[in-house]
Design a protein around this ligand. Sequence first.
Ligand code: HEC
Ligand code: HEC
Ligand code: HEC
Ligand code: HEC
Ligand code: HEC
Ligand code: HEC
Length: 510
Amino acid sequence: MPMSEDRTDGPVVSAARRMPPAFYNTITFLGGGVAGVAVGMILLLLGWEYLSQTHSPYMGVIAFVVLPGIMILGLLVATFGVARQLRRRHLGLPATEKLPRVDLNNPAHLRATILIGIGTVVFLMATGFGSFQAYEYTESDEFCGTMCHTVMKPEYTAFQVSPHARVGCVKCHIGPGAEWFVRSKLSGAYQVYSVLFNKYSKPIETPIRNLRPSRDTCEQCHWPAHFLGEKMVQHDYFAPDEENTHWRLQLLMKTGGGGAGLTSPHGIHWHVAEDVTIRYVSTDERRMEIPWVSYTDGAGNVKIFRSTEADADSVALAGHEVRVMDCIDCHNRPTHHYNPPARLVNQALAANRISADLPDVKSLLVDLMTTEYETEGEALAAIDQGITAFYRKKHPVKAGIMVAEIAEASATAQELFKTNIFPEMHVDWRGFPDHIGHLTTPGCFRCHDGLHETEDGEVISHDCRLCHDIVSQEVKTGEVFESLAGVEYKHPEDIDEEWKTTNCSDCHGG
Ligand code: HEC
Ligand code: HEC
Ligand code: HEC
Ligand code: HEC
Ligand code: HEC
Ligand code: HEC
């Protein structure tokens, strides 16, 4: 503050002043001005947002987060100005209250006062409304999914094509209650910082260390005690040969559940039944290596299973977290599914979105989608060129007849790539394995590999009928084996009995 201001001769008392003299100082005036301008801008943006048809997430952040922040800052500065004057007076220092005189008999002054009065009322209403909107806005999928566009693109894109597309991000990531709301806003503030200063990791690390226990979130909608009955799952396969040989497999999944009413816990959801507690220790960040598992029943009896392959003595395990198994130890990808190309292409062929009449199309598309690219643009171009060039060169006659089929195969492959593989963020099935199943990643076989034993020799079962019955199995020749009681698995490639002893993912994981 310049010296000259400090030399003002005491408070200037005027009949026109309606507010305590301490309000009339430069700091308060400036603070109030800033707050006023912020409000004006919020109103302007709100009007624009209301009138325009398109909604930009950045506009929301400015109108509901940044500007209210500036406004509050202005108000704090203004308050500081008042406090400073009061303190000066208290200490007997000369006051520096000095502003243009306001005379309500003067029509110009009167008009200004009325305007400021109305402004204040609108301002207060807008603040209340604004903070509510800010709250709502930071809870919206739009905010979570698109605010940091490249960062959240994989999660948001996969979410939009998943069964949970209409379940908000916050339902799983925050859930009900004030405690996790506050925690999420605090960690959210850090995330905004890390994005602004480019400090986030690519890809975003998974599993999320401080994810809210899924029993609190998933169980708002899914109650495991009631997962009764079994679920039929059909898989269609197409071989990587010229004919894209097709066969089917139907698995009756023993989804299970129970504990409510007259049912006792059974089947796959037995792990999360009321009287069951499974704890485990994993020795890696990703929870892929699980050398130690314990099962505590309702009576408190404990069984401990140790892997005979891994180092599972207490020294090796010391220092690793003991985790209580919950939903996401199996459903780690309930909505952000990043599927492997072979599975995607199989599904698209089965749905006739890719014509199986195109020779070698299965292996061609899997190869093109498995190649590593730098950017999405590069990948999409390579997929399109790869398909066109392949048929022109290898099957020139067919390329002439099947123009529409080739174009559709290319469009479908590009679409599948865009929703499952994200080169810029290094996100795909390789780094984000899905624990449901055991084909391309260890999944259930992290524990159910037949190698986890108690001291008495009890084993966590590897029996092919523990989790599903194969009720129908076709083989490549077209022959079908069916039985509601379940048939034995026939591996599509002759690998002797290898599949009974070696984990599927040891061969299929690459
Ligand atoms: C059905 C519940 C559910 C919904 C809805 C959901 N998520 Fe997730 N999300 C999860 C689970 C479970 C994980 C993985 C947790 C783990 O493995 O630790 C996860 C992981 C993530 C990760 C970490 C990276 C990764 O892929 O593992 C990010 C980032 C994320 N979610 C963002 C979002 C955004 C943004 C939305 C909304 C557009 C959203 N999520 C909606 C359940 C959900
Ligand atoms: C706000 C409600 C809600 C929450 C919270 C929620 N879900 Fe769901 N879930 C749904 C709805 C709706 C569906 C779709 C039902 C359908 O397709 O029949 C669904 C479907 C599913 C399915 C079947 C998906 C499929 O591929 O068929 C699984 C598995 C699932 N949810 C697991 C979870 C897990 C794990 C969590 C917690 C991380 C969770 N859900 C949280 C509502 C919810
Ligand atoms: C031991 C692993 C495991 C755990 C733990 C687990 N699930 Fe599942 N869940 C499965 C499997 C496997 C399926 C069948 C999926 C399939 O084949 O499509 C399934 C199916 C489901 C389905 C779909 C049911 C249907 O009929 O479509 C829902 C919903 C679900 N689980 C929710 C949950 C919730 C909520 C929890 C936590 C309370 C949970 N699961 C814990 C493995 C598990
Ligand atoms: C963290 C280790 C772990 C993982 C991962 C795991 N399980 Fe289990 N599971 C167990 C243990 C321990 C038992 C009980 C073994 C015993 O007492 O004989 C069990 C038992 C079962 C049972 C028999 C339940 C009953 O009715 O008694 C089924 C079915 C099952 N698991 C399915 C699955 C499926 C499907 C997956 C993968 C989606 C899976 N499990 C993943 C540890 C695990
Ligand atoms: C601990 C439980 C469990 C055991 C034991 C188990 N499976 Fe599975 N299996 C699953 C689950 C879960 C899936 C995923 C179902 C789905 O795709 O929805 C699956 C999927 C499959 C598939 C389809 C794979 C795909 O993605 O195309 C085949 C084939 C299969 N199992 C065969 C076997 C054979 C053979 C054995 C015995 C060596 C076996 N399973 C043992 C739980 C189990
Ligand atoms: C010793 C290595 C090996 C083991 C172990 C193995 N497979 Fe395979 N599998 C192969 C080969 C080789 C092929 C043929 C090439 C191909 O299609 O990937 C194949 C093909 C398949 C296919 C068809 C191709 C596809 O992915 O669409 C399925 C399904 C399959 N195996 C399931 C299983 C299951 C389930 C297990 C575990 C119970 C298993 N395999 C264990 C080597 C193996």
